[in-house]
Design a protein around this ligand. Structure first.
Ligand SMILES: [Zn+2]
Length: 143
């Protein structure tokens, strides 16, 4: 069994629109990088984008970022939410929680997070304040 056969096997895993999912993630990573760079009028770097499933039942997307300040994310909050909702739609993820992760006592955003919260995490979110390094941009959980 050669490596190329293995690669072909994975290339056949398609999303609903017929594209390999890795191509979709690749395009969305680049698209979000261009979107942020254009929004802020400077070079923003997205080293990695991860689409994940958690053991608890949550689904989500984590997008690492270099070059975005908390204040900048706040100014373009609505545009960023809209863009991240579009990206979530590509994976069938309901973006009911969108947040940024920061380095406490710094001005830097280190990642954008999208989460489709499971029932357990919804309750957790309602009863406890989220971690201090997470700033909520959007929360839409209906009871
Ligand atoms: Zn969960």
């Amino acid at each position: 069994m050669s490596n190329s056969n293995n690669n072909n096997k994975f290339n056949n895993i398609n999303t609903a629109n017929g594209k390999p999912i890795k191509e979709l993630i690749k395009n969305d990573r680049r698209d979000f990088e261009v979107f942020l760079s254009n929004s802020f009028g400077k070079n923003v770097f997205i080293p990695e984008m991860d689409v994940f499933s958690s053991k608890c039942g949550c689904y989500g997307i984590m997008i690492m970022v270099r070059g975005v300040l908390i204040d900048e994310a706040d100014v373009f909050k609505n545009r960023i939410i809209k863009k991240l909702e579009e990206i979530s739609n590509n994976y069938g993820i309901n973006a009911n929680w969108i947040f940024i992760r920061i380095i406490p006592s710094s001005d830097d955003v280190i990642s954008f997070g999208i989460r489709e919260l499971c029932n357990m995490c919804r309750e957790e979110y309602n009863s406890n304040k989220p971690r201090p390094d997470l700033i909520t941009l959007k929360l839409a959980i209906d009871e």
